[in-house]
Design a protein around this ligand. Structure first.
Ligand SMILES: CC(C)(COP(=O)(O)OP(=O)(O)OC[C@H]1O[C@@H](n2cnc3c(N)ncnc32)[C@H](O)[C@@H]1OP(=O)(O)O)[C@@H](O)C(=O)NCCC(=O)NCCS
Length: 154
């Protein structure tokens, strides 16, 4: 049985930092799910604020199968980014579990304002989780995106 055969509810979720043993697996997942399909290279996976961000990974057997990142931008909140679930486990609520686990940690830290850049096709996923669109659509990594946001704990 491979790690991706694990039921999503059986995966461990942990916050890690660059340098952690699972960070390489996180970067590989981000590359495969978010960047490779758009024609980007592995060198184009990272953001300038990797070290300053929270990295939540879902893992089993040392393999990273899902992740979501959050960059605190001020004392009230910041940006959720790099949301990815391995294709074999998509549609089984792992993405929702990652976002709710991240949100609980943000609330614990007193951060209540979350915004993100949603790919147009994924807007309904975030809407299911209580996020709302605002402002105009825009292009990022060559595809249409929407600004979305949520106030936690309201
Ligand atoms: C988008 C993504 C993170 C969602 O994770 P997931 O584990 O597949 O989603 P979940 O199973 O947790 O879905 C939660 C809810 O959102 C809905 N949903 C998920 N993706 C959706 C989509 N693309 N369109 C419409 N609804 C969607 C699900 O049906 C589910 O609804 P429910 O509450 O009625 O059951 C995942 O599909 C993914 O990695 N996609 C490719 C990368 C990507 O686009 N990332 C986002 C960049 S902004």
């Amino acid at each position: 049985m491979s790690a991706s055969d694990a039921a999503p509810s059986e995966l461990a979720l942990d916050f890690i930092q660059p340098g952690h043993a699972l960070y390489g697996g996180e970067l590989e997942l981000r590359f495969r799910v978010l960047r490779e399909p758009l024609g980007y290279t592995r060198e184009q996976v990272t953001f300038p604020f990797e070290d300053a961000s929270l990295h939540l990974v879902a893992h089993a057997g040392g393999q990273v199968l899902g992740c979501v990142l959050f960059h605190p931008e001020d004392t009230r909140g910041g940006r959720l980014f790099q949301m990815a679930v391995t294709p074999e486990l998509q549609g089984q609520r792992l993405g929702a579990r990652l976002v709710s686990t991240l949100e609980a940690e943000l609330l614990r830290r007193g951060l209540t304002q979350v915004h993100l850049h949603a790919r147009q096709a994924v807007v309904p996923f975030y809407e299911r989780l209580g996020y709302s669109t605002y402002a105009e659509a825009f292009l990022e990594v060559g595809i249409p995106h929407r600004h979305m946001r949520k106030s936690l704990g309201t």
